[in-house]
Design a protein around this ligand. Structure first.
Ligand SMILES: C[S@@+](CC[C@H](N)C(=O)[O-])C[C@H]1O[C@@H](n2cnc3c(N)ncnc32)[C@H](O)[C@@H]1O
Length: 211
């Protein structure tokens, strides 16, 4: 378990997430340059022909379009957004704050991405333990984030800290989940120009020994 108190996961808007995500948002949450850096990160981490999971997905997955994956599955809150995502082969609508258990077999994915969304999880340790369960040993998880969010839906622990603190928080979630091996923090846009969005990543690999 995490050492963080329950108050760390309080939100201004603690109404059911289904209400907030009833509004379809066909928008991007980071600028084109940050998306390009994200796509490059995915290109480097996720193997061609591999099984990929886009967790907390929407109408875009930001995967390279010139790489063929074996299967891309999406999990998110909006059926309307997921249905028009051209990179998904299948999707599931699931509120991870209500049900953190993922409906996939053990060791079934070669890579998982969580893009600009980790701050909305109220049970992140349970979800990340599940991500570890469904990943193959040593396969990568890329958790990416920028410097903005839907503030009413982000947990208190996220709101209280800065970019470096966000990376530390994610690393604490992974440590608490207990089934991760190497963990690396990256600044994916160290040379960005003024006004451009930052993009940071915490990349973890499933522990080789974990079930
Ligand atoms: C800022 S959007 C990012 C979407 C997408 N990953 C992207 O890069 O554009 C946040 C996403 O988190 C997902 N999300 C938020 N709360 C969730 C929850 N309780 N359970 C599952 N997914 C959730 C929503 O589906 C939403 O699409």
């Amino acid at each position: 378990m995490t050492n963080l108190p329950a108050a760390a996961f309080a939100r201004y808007d603690d109404s059911p997430d289904e209400q907030f995500y009833a509004v379809t948002r066909l928008v991007t949450h980071i600028d084109a340059e940050a998306i390009s850096s994200l796509t490059q990160l995915y290109r480097e981490l996720f193997p061609a022909d591999g099984m990929i999971l886009d967790l907390m997905s929407s109408w875009v997955s930001h995967l390279p379009t010139d790489v063929q994956y074996g299967r891309v599955a999406g999990v998110g809150m909006s059926a309307e957004e997921l249905a028009v995502n051209p990179q998904l082969d299948e999707f599931i609508v699931q509120n991870l704050n209500r049900e953190p258990r993922l409906p996939f077999a053990d060791s079934s994915f070669d890579g998982v991405g969580i893009c600009v969304s980790i701050q909305y999880l109220t049970r992140p340790v349970e979800v990340l333990r599940e991500v570890g369960r469904v990943l193959k040993p040593c396969a990568p998880l890329a958790i990416t984030f920028s410097n903005r969010c839907f503030p009413t839906k982000a947990v208190a622990a996220w709101q209280m800290t800065d970019d470096a603190g966000h990376a530390h928080l994610i690393r604490e979630y992974l440590r608490s989940a207990g089934n991760w091996g190497t963990v690396e923090s990256l600044d994916c846009r160290p040379h960005r120009r003024r006004g451009e969005d930052p993009l940071y990543a915490v990349v973890a690999r499933k522990d080789a020994e974990a079930a």
